[in-house]
Ligand binder design. Structure first.
Ligand code: PMV
Length: 307
């Protein structure tokens, strides 16, 4: 019995601006974080005939295998990651992108430039979150800060950063479900459409202003915009006492701005700390949060045409 294997790595991500509003057509900005998921996919000649214990991973492999006409029963996977899971840091997007790239290696001996990576990785990620905007896979796949719109077609462009900076990422102990939070917003869209539209329009404007501050390297302005975006997300009911406490702790420790990142209802907070990341991270750790520092500002590794 013989087998061939391919190993691929991808970073996690954080959303700087536009979570939830991106689902309703507004733009968003996300960036990779310096934490990595590495996946090895092995294609066996004669199936080991395994099914994965995690039904979501099983569904993801089944979807990915179909793109290459592989039998999912002939594929085994192993994953190593230092990305916290279940708090909106992109572990399922990183898994989807690495799985797709590893299977493309096995099918074609390298990336298949003709295939729509964003679309396919988003379809694989549905095994974890249900339908998603594609923002997370775009940030993970592009490997640099990204400007993203879902409509009329999912479209990602690299976002140049005027001045590199450090973010502190704080995680709360409670896992939460992205799909649940997206469903909650859909409920509000049905019951109070005008209020929701107002909030999302504001988030869209903050995203554009955030893009400009990132481009020009105006970090004090960026901090204020992150604070305001957090306020809008909190108004939408997406914050929690633990997220509020993390945001306040980061600001009190000298962060220029802080907000929840990702779907909310638990999960993670980002704090802009260009000159004092160690102090902000220690303050968060002392208060009981997980915290790590990630630099933003690397240029994108891939050209959008390669996605
Ligand atoms: O999975 P998270 O926490 O990164 O949230 C995804 C971002 C949402 O805008 C809430 C959903 C989406 O599909 O874009």
């Amino acid at each position: 019995m013989s087998a061939v294997a391919s190993t691929r790595s991808a970073p996690g991500k954080v959303i700087l601006f536009g979570e939830h509003s991106v689902v309703y057509g507004h733009p968003a900005v996300a960036t990779p974080v310096e934490r990595t998921l590495t996946l090895t996919a092995t294609l066996h000649d004669h199936g080991p005939d395994t099914r994965r214990k995690d039904p979501r991973l099983e569904a993801a492999v089944r979807t990915a295998a179909r793109f290459f006409s592989f039998s999912p029963r002939r594929i085994t996977t192993s994953i190593a990651s230092d990305l916290p899971v279940g708090c909106g840091l992109g572990s399922s997007a990183a898994l989807s992108v690495t799985l797709l790239r590893a299977l493309a290696d096995l099918a074609y001996g390298g990336p298949d430039r003709a295939e729509p990576l964003l679309e396919r990785a988003t379809a694989i990620e549905a095994a974890f979150h249900g339908t998603s905007s594609g923002l997370d896979v775009a940030a993970v796949a592009l490997g640099g800060p990204v400007w993203f719109r879902r409509a009329p077609q999912p479209h990602a462009t690299p976002l140049p950063i005027g001045r590199p900076f450090a973010l502190v990422v704080a995680t709360t102990p409670r896992e939460r479900s992205t799909a649940d939070q997206v469903r909650r917003m859909r409920g509000q869209a049905a019951t109070r459409p005008e209020a929701l539209d107002r909030h999302f329009t504001r988030l869209g404007a903050l995203t554009r202003a955030g893009r400009d501050a990132l481009r020009t390297g105006d970090l004090p302005a960026l901090g204020l915009l992150l604070d305001e975006a957090h306020g809008v997300l909190a108004d939408l009911g997406l914050s929690t006492p633990a997220l509020e406490h993390a945001v306040t702790t980061a600001r009190a420790a000298g962060a220029l701005g802080a907000k929840l990142t990702g779907a909310g209802g638990g999960g993670a907070v980002i704090a802009l700390a260009p000159d004092n990341a160690p102090a902000v991270a220690s303050a968060l750790r002392r208060t009981g949060y997980g915290a790590f520092t990630s630099r933003v500002g690397a240029t994108a590794r891939l050209h959008p045409q390669e996605m």
